[in-house]
Write a protein that binds this ligand. Structure first.
Ligand SMILES: Cc1cc2nc3c(=O)[nH]c(=O)nc-3n(C[C@H](O)[C@H](O)[C@H](O)COP(=O)(O)OP(=O)(O)OC[C@H]3O[C@@H](n4cnc5c(N)ncnc54)[C@H](O)[C@@H]3O)c2cc1C
Length: 462
C-alpha cells in the first residue's frame, strides 16, 4: 500500500475516480496470462490523458515506487506482474485512434487502442495493419509494441517492430521523448524507437505510436492440407518456402490440438489427421491463384492425404477462427496451461516437432503443438495442474528441455512472447553474460532507481 499523503497526491493529479487502492482492485492486477506467482500492487491507476500518465511516472520516480504499465494483461511472460509491488498503471482509457493518414499510409494511436479494433478501422479505409496476435480481440497496441508481438502473418508481413515508425514515450522523469517520424525514411539520431520496441515497459512508458500501414491485399485464398504423417506436414513447411512461395499465413496443428479445437468449436476439422497445415496466400488475384495451385500440388507431392480449399470468405473465416481458438481449446482441458514460443529456423521445424513429441513422452506430460510454422515459431502447450507439485517439477524440466532443444537447433527462447519474468533465468543460455551486462548498463543509465517494471527481462544486477 502507498501512504495516505501519496495516495492523495495520485488522486489530485489523476482524478479520484482513476485511483484504486482497495484490496479487491489491487488483486485483479496482480497477475497476467503467464502461469507465475501473482504479486499484489500497492496501488492501481488509470490515467485518462497522456498528461495523467506522465504524472503517474513522475510520482513513482520521485517517491521510489516501482511502476508497471499494463495494457490488457494478455502477455504470456509475466510482464505485467508487479514483481516489486508499487503502482500498476492501466492504459485502457488511452484508447484513441488519433489519425489515419491514407495519403502517407500511417496512423497515430494511443497505447490502449485494442489491436483488432485498429485493424478493422484501417481496413475500412482500404489499408492494412498486418500484425495479428492471437489475442488481438483484447490486446492493446502499446502492449504489442512493448512485447514486439507477432502473429499469424509474421512470415510474409513481419512483426510489430516492422510497423513502428515512431513513438512518444515518457522517460522515468516523466519527460516526453519523441522518436522516429511520419516519413518512410528517417535517419535522424539513435534508433530510440528500436530500443523501446520489445523493451517490455522497462525503459520508458509509451504514450503515442506512429504505425506504418500498407495497401490491403485485394485477393486471398485459404486452404487446409491434411496429413496422416506429422513429419511430412512439418517437412512441407520448408518445402513451400524453398519453392519461393511466401504465404501470408502458414500454420501448423498437431493431432492433439486438432482434437481439442474440434471439440471446442466444431468447425469440421479432421480429428484423425496426424497434423494440419492451414495456409493462406494473398495479393494480386492472378498471382494468388497461381501460388494457391502451386502450394496445393506441393502439399500433395509431400504426401498430404487431402487438400480443402475454402470456397468463400465465410468458410475461410471459420478456419482462422478455429486456429485462433487453439489456446482456449487446450486451456479447457486441464486447470493449468503453459504456452511456450521457442522458435527455430524453419528448416528445423521437423526436428523441433519430433523433439517436442519425445519431451512429452519423457516427462509424461500432454503437450499440444500448434503455431506459426512458416516462421519457425511453434507453441508447444503443456497441459497440467499447477497444484500437483510433483507434476509441476516435470513441467519445469520439460520447459527447459524445449528451450535447450530450440537453442541447439539454432533457434531462440522467444519468437514473440518476450522474456518478462518467465524466461529471464534462461536469457544467458541464448545470449551471454556480456550481453546481459550491456543491457543492465542501458537500464541503469536510463532508470537509475530501477522504477520501470523492475526485475523483467534482465533480472536484477548481482
Ligand atoms: C490467447 C492468447 C493468444 C496470444 N497470441 C499471441 C500471438 O499470436 N503473438 C504474440 O506475439 N503474442 C500473443 N499473445 C501474447 C500477448 O497477447 C502479447 O504479448 C500482447 O502484445 C500483449 O498485449 P497487452 O495489451 O495484453 O499487453 P500487456 O500484457 O498488458 O503488457 C505486455 C508488456 O508490455 C508492457 N506495456 C504495456 N503497455 C505499455 C506502454 N504503454 N508502455 C510501455 N510498456 C507497456 C507491459 O509492462 C508488459 O511488459 C497471446 C496471448 C494470449 C492470452
Amino acid at each position: 500500500m502507498v501512504n495516505r499523503n501519496l495516495l492523495k497526491e495520485f488522486q489530485k493529479r489523476l482524478g479520484r475516480e482513476n485511483v484504486f487502492s482497495e484490496e479487491a482492485d489491487r488483486l485483479v492486477y496482480s497477475y497476467d496470462a503467464a502461469v507465475l506467482k501473482p504479486e499484489i500492487p500497492g496501488l492501481v491507476v488509470r490515467p485518462v490523458t497522456s498528461e495523467a500518465l506522465s504524472h503517474a511516472v513522475r510520482l513513482c520516480n520521485e517517491n521510489g515506487l516501482p511502476l508497471t504499465v499494463r495494457g490488457a494483461g494478455t502477455n504470456l511472460s509475466g510482464g505485467t506482474i508487479p514483481k516489486k509491488g508499487g503502482v500498476v498503471a492501466v492504459t485502457n482509457a488511452l484508447n484513441k485512434i488519433l489519425e489515419i493518414n491514407e495519403e502517407d499510409m500511417y496512423a497515430v494511436v494511443q497505447p490502449g487502442v485494442v489491436t483488432a479494433k485498429f485493424a478493422t478501422a484501417v481496413e475500412s479505409r482500404g489499408l492494412f495493419y498486418p500484425p495479428d496476435p492471437g489475442s488481438q480481440a483484447v490486446s492493446t497496441l502499446g502492449g504489442n509494441v512493448a512485447e514486439n508481438a507477432g502473429g499469424l502473418r509474421g512470415l510474409k508481413y513481419g512483426v510489430t517492430r516492422d510497423y513502428v515508425m515512431g513513438l512518444q514515450f515518457f522517460d522515468v522523469d516523466g519527460e516526453l521523448v519523441k522518436t522516429g517520424s511520419r516519413t518512410v525514411k528517417c535517419a535522424t539520431g539513435y534508433n530510440l524507437t528500436g530500443l523501446l520496441v520489445g523493451s517490455e515497459g522497462t525503459l520508458g512508458v509509451i504514450s503515442e505510436i506512429i504505425l506504418k500501414l500498407i495497401p490491403l491485399p485485394v485477393h486471398k485464398r485459404a486452404m487446409m492440407a491434411i496429413f496422416n504423417d506429422i513429419s511430412r506436414a512439418s517437412e512441407t513447411v520448408a518445402a513451400i518456402i524453398a519453392h519461393r512461395i511466401v504465404p501470408a499465413t502458414l500454420e501448423f496443428l498437431d493431432n492433439f490440438t486438432i482434437r481439442a479445437v474440434e471439440s471446442y468449436s466444431q468447425v469440421g476439422l479432421p480429428v484423425d489427421a496426424a497434423a494440419l497445415l492451414l495456409i493462406e496466400v494473398d495479393g494480386h488475384p492472378a498471382q494468388v491463384e497461381e501460388d494457391a495451385d502451386k502450394v496445393a500440388s506441393l502439399c500433395r507431392e509431400m504426401g498430404a492425404a487431402e487438400i480443402r480449399v475454402a470456397k468463400d470468405a465465410a468458410e475461410r473465416d471459420k478456419v482462422w477462427e478455429a486456429r485462433r481458438s487453439a489456446l482456449s481449446a487446450l486451456a479447457k482441458m486441464k486447470p493449468t496451461v503453459v504456452l511456450e514460443d521457442a522458435t527455430v529456423p524453419r528448416s528445423k521445424i521437423p526436428d523441433m516437432v519430433l523433439a517436442i513429441e519425445e519431451i512429452s513422452r519423457r516427462f509424461d506430460l500432454p503437450i499440444g503443438t500448434f503455431g506459426h510454422a512458416g516462421d519457425g515459431n511453434l507453441h508447444p502447450t503443456i497441459l497440467t495442474d499447477r497444484r500437483n507439485k510433483e507434476e509441476w517439477k516435470r513441467v519445469e524440466a520439460a520447459i527447459e528441455a524445449i528451450f535447450d532443444k530450440a537453442l541447439e537447433l539454432g533457434g531462440t527462447l522467444s519468437g514473440e512472447h518476450g522474456i518478462g519474468l518467465a524466461k529471464s533465468c534462461f536469457l544467458e543460455k541464448e545470449t551471454s553474460m556480456a550481453a546481459i551486462t550491456y543491457s543492465r548498463r542501458i537500464k541503469a543509465a536510463l532508470d537509475p532507481k530501477n522504477i520501470l517494471n523492475p526485475g523483467k527481462i534482465i533480472g536484477e544486477s548481482p
